[in-house]
Design a protein around this ligand. Structure first.
Ligand code: ACM
Ligand code: ZN
Length: 563
């Protein structure tokens, strides 16, 4: 088991952070920082327990009640004051003018926008839709739970006008390399919602495990979901069986579990985008159905990491039929309009030697195996379109041409993203630097094993998703960005927590708040973010979260490495 800083090790640092927050922060420590806020130079006493809610927008009551319950649960029982009054209302004409002056333009921004006024014992939450109201409640929670507020006994009166900068505020999770039970996925979604992230990219299939029950193909859950051994650590020699933990690892999500998680995500304003990897990263599926590869024999589900030569056969019509049936099931149980088709890291070795693949290339008059991949992806993208869905894939799907309407996730740097935007495809930026949260975040000797690389908290915080050299006409295609959490070296959920927290909170601010150089008013510097982050230490500790402490204590942030 890797050693890493968990709640026990960081308890002193946590309480130092909370104490610091009590004595240094008189403003609300929001993450992400709202688009705009103004303090009203008055305060109100901290309310007592209970809420009095006045629904001016009756239609939103059912949804709002569960969100407000969380506020009710914040314990103010130590305070004898009157309960907080909450007024739920729609945006007024003056709000609309203010939000437009602050730069709101698109429909989806209006959908998520809200105005919050806290003064004279009342929190007024105004929004255009329940989504906006949800975000208003997230902001209010961060105000009421703040340790500094508890310490001073009063709440500064404030007005907040807020809306997101980007539509795609994503977090990815690899459940193939290590499987995480549904309650862990639920936790992940709850962290995302707290920080106003709104797309969960669920990486459901890969070489080392297939995690989605598909009734037509029982082999996927009987065989593909399980492996008998897992490589320990990061040894060079994957052939040495002594370097493996010989223990079964696996699991999968049933249709009922998927539906429940999708419903839960929806209640938190989160879209769920499932990923079915093709044509590469397919070894787990091929272990159950070897005839779908370019060779007939089964090789089992691998227990080590990397890029494997055996992939789905592009020449065999049965393979394409299998994948379309899988996608039909995915389209039925995932309501989101987007499905991720993978498309990355597909070696062409087997296709070059496979009679069926070669025959396909000849019959379609394709110049090479890259064109065959482009044809393969296009067929799947067209099939999704016939089901009313659109596709996104890793940036390799650009090679050889991409059908209109397909989106690109730029992971090998930003060149793929820029090329896609210039060609009129939607783009989600997720370059290894700094969006891969499986990379190291610190170079101290106590750091737990990671895959490599270095993405410090500050690197994530100062990330700008729109490349400097992208022409203004192409900028509109950048939908946002995403943090990727590959779990080869995350053998426990504690470690997932540690790699995600607090870097996810930095990315959340990049994606919600105005750009660093466009900030209206205070904040949006790394130092200011770090001060606010310290005030989240209490929440993380109360959740029992394992988190990297370097974010709270600058003395733990060494010089940047030279590479
Ligand atoms: C990837 O990291 N292979 C998308
Ligand atoms: Zn083949």
């Amino acid at each position: 088991m890797n050693k890493f800083q968990g709640p026990k090790g960081s308890v002193v640092l946590t309480w130092m952070a909370v104490l610091w927050c009590w004595t240094n922060v008189s403003a609300y420590p929001w993450i992400p920082l709202p688009a705009h806020h103004r303090y009203l130079n008055t305060t109100m006493p901290v309310p007592g327990s209970g809420l009095q809610v006045d629904y001016r927008m009756r239609d939103w009551q059912v949804q709002a009640e569960s969100w407000l319950q969380e506020i009710q649960q914040l314990s103010f029982s130590w305070n004898a004051g009157p309960p907080l009054r909450i007024r739920v209302d729609s945006l007024g004409p003056e709000d609309a003018v203010n939000l437009m002056e602050l730069g709101i333009t698109t429909d989806w921004q209006w959908d998520e926008a809200y105005v919050l006024v806290l003064a004279e014992g009342t929190a007024t939450l105004r929004a255009q839709s329940p989504k906006g109201l949800f975000y208003a409640t997230r902001t209010l929670i961060q105000m009421l739970e703040s340790d500094s507020i508890r310490a001073t006994g009063s709440l500064p009166a404030v007005m907040v006008w807020d809306f997101p900068r980007f539509a795609w505020r994503g977090m990815h999770l690899d459940v193939a390399r290590h499987f995480w039970e549904p309650d862990k996925i639920q936790q992940y979604l709850s962290w995302m919602a707290r920080y106003k992230m709104n797309v969960f990219h669920w990486h459901l299939t890969d070489d080392q495990g297939w995690r989605l029950e598909i009734p037509e193909f029982p082999g996927l859950t009987k065989v593909s979901a399980w492996r008998s051994a897992t490589l320990r650590g990061r040894p060079v020699d994957v052939e040495d069986s002594l370097l493996y933990r010989h223990q079964q690892h696996g699991g999968y999500y049933t249709e009922a579990e998927v539906r429940a998680l999708v419903r839960y995500a929806d209640s938190l304003g989160i879209r769920v985008v499932p990923e079915i990897e093709m044509p590469g990263h397919a070894r787990a599926a091929l272990a159950a159905y070897p005839a779908l590869s370019c060779r007939a024999d089964s090789q089992g589900v691998p227990g080590h990491w990397g890029v494997f030569e055996d992939v789905f056969c592009a020449g065999n019509e049965a393979t394409l039929e299998f994948l379309t049936q899988v996608l039909d099931h995915v389209c039925r149980i995932f309501p989101d309009s987007v499905v991720h088709l993978g498309g990355d890291e597909c070696p062409k070795t087997r296709w070059e030697a496979c009679p069926l693949c070669q025959q396909r290339m000849r019959s379609l008059d394709l110049p090479d195996a890259h064109a065959l991949q482009s044809w393969f992806m296009s067929r799947m993208i067209q099939h999704l379109a016939s089901q009313g869905k659109s596709a996104i894939g890793w940036d390799e799907i650009l090679e050889g041409g991409l059908p209109e309407g397909a989106a690109v996730m730029s992971w090998r740097g930003t060149e793929g993203g820029k090329a896609a935007a210039r060609a009129g495809h939607s783009v989600v930026m997720s370059p290894g630097k700094p969006c891969y949260l499986d990379h190291y975040q610190h170079d101290g000797p106590e750091e737990p094993l990671a895959i490599g690389g270095m993405n410090r908290l500050e690197d994530v915080y100062t990330y700008e998703p729109v490349p400097d050299d992208l022409e203004p006409g192409a900028v509109m295609w950048i939908q946002g960005a995403q943090g990727n959490v590959w779990t080869e070296y995350m053998t426990s959920w504690d470690k997932v927590e540690y790699m995600v927290m607090p870097r996810m909170t930095a990315l959340a601010e990049v994606l919600w708040s105005p750009a660093l150089n466009r900030t209206v008013g205070r904040g949006r510097t790394f130092e200011h973010y770090r001060d606010r982050l310290r005030c989240h230490a209490g929440w993380m500790a109360r959740q029992g979260l394992h988190f990297a402490p370097h974010g709270w204590d600058p003395t733990l942030l060494p010089e940047r490495p030279s590479n």
